[in-house]
Design a protein around this ligand. Structure first.
Ligand code: GYE
Length: 326
């Protein structure tokens, strides 16, 4: 709920800044108080998708460029592993903890431990659903509801004049902010077109193999599928494999909409196997390092930093593909 509130006031949060965080603005673990080098402990979700790989690379490279000492951990998409990593960063007295919460809920206890240890926390990529916004300094990442809406808007246009459009949805990780919000944004928009029906919706955990498996099951139990809405490219790419194995043409017999616009997704879009991609930018590293430096210095940072993103049609993918950075 607080996250939705944050989104709603995104435009005015600058003014709220650190005072809203309630803490000493120069709060820092002070693990490196003897040297100038900042230590950031980063608890990554995992390596589930092309997006995640690009995000990890961006974080690691920009830490190096910024002269920040990065401690990195991969939680293999398990919340308990992320909590363990955060606790270990607290013990190591890093200057800043940054993490991308695998799911939205269940973070208050560990974040309170960080706060009590005076270590500022930055959320990157995914949000937490907590009433207590003093538990983190800022949240850097995309607006996932907006992404879901963009996907829905394309489908509403594409479905004009059609009698019934059956959609199957491949959801991201259950309980993760991008899964919840991409579903919501999409559902809100397609309401305006009653001929569009989501006939099945299941998680593929943001992985290619998950998308393939769920799509195979969908194809078996649903004789008429017109559209796949996948919460990320990787699940869409898995669905393509399942559709082809069932003797159908992805992009033609069954249209596919995905989110991310990573290289393999853009290639499939240019090849005509995906019909539309909503971009989600994983290159958050430079902004994250910038925010970490500011937080350590006690400078004011906005409570919400939203990433700028676009969308791609098949024609646009052909032109854009050579310029893509991830
Ligand atoms: O869309 C998906 C990844 O949190 C925005 O996580 C991220 C999502 C991204 O696994 O590919």
């Amino acid at each position: 709920m607080s996250k939705k509130f944050l989104t709603a006031v995104a435009g005015m949060v600058l003014a709220v800044g650190l005072t809203a965080c309630g803490g000493n603005s120069s709060a820092s673990g002070g693990g490196n108080s003897g040297s100038d080098k900042i230590t950031v402990g980063f608890a990554q979700v995992g390596a589930e998708s092309g997006w995640r790989t690009a995000n990890t690379k961006s974080v690691q490279e920009s830490a190096k460029e910024a002269g920040i000492d990065l401690k990195f951990s991969d939680a293999q998409q398990k919340q308990e592993n992320q909590i363990k990593a955060i606790r270990s960063y607290i013990q190591q007295k890093v200057d800043v903890i940054a993490f991308s919460p695998v799911v939205e809920t269940g973070w208050d206890a560990v974040l309170l431990e960080a706060k009590r240890a005076n270590i500022p926390v930055i959320l990157t990529d995914r949000a937490v659903d907590s009433q207590d916004t003093s538990l983190y300094k800022t949240f850097l990442g995309s607006d996932f509801i907006e992404e879901g809406k963009k996907a829905g808007e394309w489908l509403v246009k594409d479905s004009e004049g059609k009698s019934q459009v059956n959609v199957v949805e491949l959801q991201g990780t259950t309980g993760a902010a991008p899964a919840i919000d991409r579903q919501k944004g999409f559902a809100d928009v397609i309401k305006s077109a009653p001929q569009i029906k989501v006939i099945a919706s299941q998680t593929g955990d943001f992985t290619r193999s998950g998308g393939k498996q769920v799509m195979e099951a969908f194809l078996k139990s649903n004789p008429k599928i017109d559209v796949v809405y996948a919460h990320n490219d990787d699940m869409g790419l898995g669905a393509i494999e399942a559709i082809e194995a069932a003797g159908k043409k992805p992009g033609v017999d069954i249209k596919i909409i995905t989110v991310d616009a990573v290289h393999d997704g853009m290639q499939a879009l240019a090849d005509g196997k995906i019909n539309y991609i909503v971009e989600c930018n994983p290159l958050l590293g430079p902004q994250l390092m910038d925010l970490a430096k500011k937080v350590v210095k006690g400078e004011q940072v906005p409570q919400r930093v939203v990433t700028e993103e676009t969308t791609f049609t098949q024609e646009q993918a052909k032109t854009e593909l050579p310029n893509r950075k991830y």
